[in-house]
Design a binder for this molecule. Sequence first.
Ligand SMILES: Cc1cc2nc3c(=O)[nH]c(=O)nc-3n(C[C@H](O)[C@H](O)[C@H](O)COP(=O)(O)OP(=O)(O)OC[C@H]3O[C@@H](n4cnc5c(N)ncnc54)[C@H](O)[C@@H]3O)c2cc1C
Length: 460
Amino acid sequence: MGGLLAARVLSGHFGRVTVLERDALPEGPEFRGGVPQARHLHSLATRGSEILEELFPGLDGELADDGGPLLDQTADTVTEFPSGRLPRFRSGITMRAVTRSRLEWRIRRRVEARSGVRFVSRVEVTGLLAGRGAVTGVRLRPRGAGAEPEELGADLVVDASGGGSRAPRWLSELGYHPPRETVVDAGLGYASRWYRVPEDFAGDWKALAVLPSWPNNPRGGTLRQVEGGRWTAVLTGSGGDYPPTQSEKFVEFARSLPSPLIYDAIRDAEPLSPAYGYRRTANRRLHYEDAKLPERFLVLGDAATMLNPSYGSGMTAAALACEALDACLSERRNRRPRSLRGLSRRFHRRQVRAVAPCWTTTVSNDAQWSASGVEDLDPTRRLAHRVSEEVMELAVESPDTVKTMFEVKNVLKHPTALLRPGILLPALWRTAVPGSRPLASKRRRQRSPVKHPRPGHTGI
Ligand SMILES: Cc1cc2nc3c(=O)[nH]c(=O)nc-3n(C[C@H](O)[C@H](O)[C@H](O)COP(=O)(O)OP(=O)(O)OC[C@H]3O[C@@H](n4cnc5c(N)ncnc54)[C@H](O)[C@@H]3O)c2cc1C
């Protein structure tokens, strides 16, 4: 995804762009081995879809024609917080719910159609070529019996090879120190299974979400309708409490969630796939911004910043990084002479700022999972945890707070928006005076009714 978006941006600044891909690229929106995460639900945050629409006008219309439902994230989703069910109301914060394979395929077709862009598939990048302090191209190994290694020269090389990027090793081979690394691991595991939406489904929702809560409940899940009349059900467990992939155990795990919402939806639904597991979910950042690097070499997307996938922000972070790349290259246009000198440093610093909202949100939440309980937290983090618990309490009663939370989640607002007085003061008040309720929230908490997915179902 990062590579496709980078190619789109680069094609606006360079005469020729070559996309090198290890996989054979399928003709249609099909799964391929190089992107194993495509078996799992891919939420596109609103900010990400805005950037995609700017880069590929009309893309959302194509996805709609493909049958991707549009969902209002607060009206069409039933969200169960540890503190209760969120109020449902139309916020205008929408999401086009499509599979990762379809989104990628639609984007690839658009990039392929741009003049000057060439795709070379079934070729693996194995190293960098360099000279006089700059990267000058890449070494390649075409896949297939008997193929000889090759070299390809380039004015600029962008690594967007995902979480398995070998750029640190390639840099070491050239005599550079690999970048330092920050890892924050919540020990989260995924299991996803696809179902057919029942013909007689009469629910008033398009998605369900059950959130985990540190430290007592590591389990959560999401279920969402995507194109083709399918549901994707994702179960998650943090702190090493991984969801199983055996069919019966998968359903049992769904039953063990703090709310029966997802279990009730899937227990009689027709499965369309086995359950797929995934465990490489740590937040991982390689600090290219402060590494000494050769010129003309950039690293973006998961290769630079990998985010816990359960927050659904990886593709948006890649899109934000590509927006930053476009800005850096546009500035270069105004420079005399038009050179690529310093681009690497400027881009990597800008990328950090661009993806900071995504990184801050995931890491501040996930850091807690390395502590075994509240008593392990230092006083500042303990207070922050208490306040965040109170914000969640408040959300159950306050559509205004819910809207801000979804704006932050969708990267429409910076995470500090949750610190505005209307949210922070009531939360602080309740933290300071346990059991108290600020005047604004004295309303009785109501559970909005949810239409049962099918006749005969109970418990929602
Ligand atoms: C389980 C899971 C669920 C996720 N859910 C979401 C979600 O809901 N929302 C969201 O926004 N993000 C989600 N993500 C993250 C998202 O998939 C990535 O952030 C996003 O795809 C950007 O990654 P990328 O472009 O850097 O790498 P990728 O999309 O992984 O692409 C890397 C590409 O490089 C190719 N490649 C690798 N090495 C080489 C090589 N040496 N030579 C040539 N080609 C090579 C691969 O074949 C692949 O095509 C999820 C991730 C996981 C693991």
